[in-house]
Design a protein around this ligand. Structure first.
Ligand code: AMP
Length: 115
């Protein structure tokens, strides 16, 4: 599954446009095309990893980096009153795009439990 390309590869290669809000050597963050909250950013590793189910021990620093980027991004976009970070995995987890990505959602009150 790691070999399959997704729409996020095309965003990474700039084949298709996205509203990019952050980039570094390891990851890219861009606005979700179908936002579920006033702030809805996707944070993806540049490395092609299909899902959390596919990660390897060697990916630990990358996964930690993604969370640190989310924490900094949340501050930059003004999510002082809180936010939701979501990582959908697999069919039951509601994953549609098989390139690992975190959702960062905020600027509205979010219900719990999720649907
Ligand atoms: P998931 O269901 O967790 O796999 O989330 C996939 C997310 O990617 C959804 O929230 C989509 O709205 C979003 N998405 C799909 N295509 C694009 C795109 N071209 N640009 C930005 N976000 C996208």
């Amino acid at each position: 599954m790691n070999q399959e390309t997704t729409i996020f590869d095309k965003i990474l290669s700039r084949e298709i446009p996205a509203e990019i809000v952050y980039e570094d050597d390891l990851c890219l963050a861009f606005n979700d095309i179908n936002p579920q909250a006033p702030i809805h950013i996707l944070i993806i590793p540049k490395k092609r990893i299909a899902s959390l189910a596919e990660v390897k021990d060697e990916d630990a620093p990358l996964l930690g980096h993604l969370l640190l980027v989310i924490s900094k991004l949340a501050k930059q976009v003004g999510l002082e009153s809180g936010y939701r970070t979501v990582l959908n995995t697999g069919t039951d987890g509601g994953q549609d795009v098989y390139h690992l990505h975190f959702h960062l959602l905020g600027k509205r009150s979010l219900n719990w439990p999720p649907g």
